[in-house]
Design a protein around this ligand. Structure first.
Ligand SMILES: NC(=O)c1ccc[n+]([C@@H]2O[C@H](COP(=O)([O-])OP(=O)(O)OC[C@H]3O[C@@H](n4cnc5c(N)ncnc54)[C@H](O)[C@@H]3O)[C@@H](O)[C@H]2O)c1
Length: 246
């Protein structure tokens, strides 16, 4: 079976890791772009029972020179890139008047500019291939505002959703689909700061009465990368246990 290549950002931990695992199971080489050098290298050494494999590239998605270097290297090495999953994201929890402008900017630099940079540098390759899939990992906070006092986070994800639709229109003539996945309340490091009380309240407000798992998001991404989703573009799929039904 032919191995396909997918770039997944922020994939050493959490949701990105589950996406990379699913890709490797599905015969992809998952090129993991993350700032966590030690864990990333361990992942590259991890053997897989499947045909696909893990590759690690140290990359801060907010830095243009990092993204340009990684994209150039991956194209030189593999020639063809089937998919890009922009997953790297951060949150800074402070109420409005307490968040510093540098923290607010940093949230946008990782969550929004990082995804833009990968789209920008991969665009010529996808155009030439006349084939490709992009999935941007957004958040419910992009649609309804942030519920955890993170004034930069919701806007950064709303901008990401706008960018998803913009690139969906832009790349549609080249047979490239661009979609988003908007999770809510997934059990990862990002949600581990919640107090027990807050966790219980969040679960009580979710119709399916549980937190999501990284694999729940990976399932939606896997669908968007599959042939079954070839006529879907510019869509933001909710993975939220029914918390928001729009
Ligand atoms: N966990 C949730 O409840 C939840 C809900 C909605 C949306 N999301 C989104 O899902 C995505 C993944 O979140 P998660 O919960 O798995 O987070 P996480 O904190 O568990 O993992 C984030 C990963 O991104 C990497 N990373 C951080 N900054 C980076 C940078 N500048 N460049 C490259 N890599 C970087 C980290 O090293 C880590 O591997 C994010 O975009 C997040 O906004 C998460």
């Amino acid at each position: 079976m032919e191995t396909k290549v997918a770039i997944v950002t922020g994939a050493v931990n959490g949701i990105g890791r589950a996406i990379a695992d699913r890709l490797v199971e599905n015969n992809f080489t998952a090129v993991i772009c993350d700032i966590n050098q030690d864990e990333g290298q361990k992942l590259e050494e991890k053997s897989s029972d499947f045909e696909g494999e893990y590759r690690f590239k140290h990359c801060n998605v907010a830095r243009e020179e990092d993204v340009a270097r990684v994209v150039k290297g991956v194209i030189e090495e593999y020639g063809q890139i089937e998919a890009l999953v922009n997953n790297a994201g951060i949150i800074k929890r402070r109420v409005g008047e307490e968040i510093s402008i540098s923290d607010w900017d940093q949230v946008f630099a990782v969550n929004t500019r990082g995804a833009f940079l990968f789209c920008k540098y991969l665009r010529p390759q996808f155009k030439e291939q006349k084939q490709g899939r992009i999935v941007n990992i957004s958040s419910i906070a992009g649609k309804m505002g942030d519920i955890t006092s993170a004034p930069g986070y919701g806007p950064s994800k709303a901008a990401l959703d706008g960018m998803t639709k913009t690139f969906a229109r832009d790349l549609a003539p080249y047979n490239v689909t661009v979609n988003g996945v908007a999770p809510h309340a997934i059990e990862t490091d990002m949600s581990s700061e919640w107090s027990e009380e807050k966790r219980k309240r969040i679960i009580s407000e979710i119709p399916l009465k549980r937190l999501g798992q990284p694999e729940d998001v990976a399932g939606a991404v896997s669908f968007l990368l599959s042939d079954a989703a070839s006529f879907i573009t510019g869509e933001i799929i909710d993975v939220n246990g029914g918390f928001l039904m729009d």
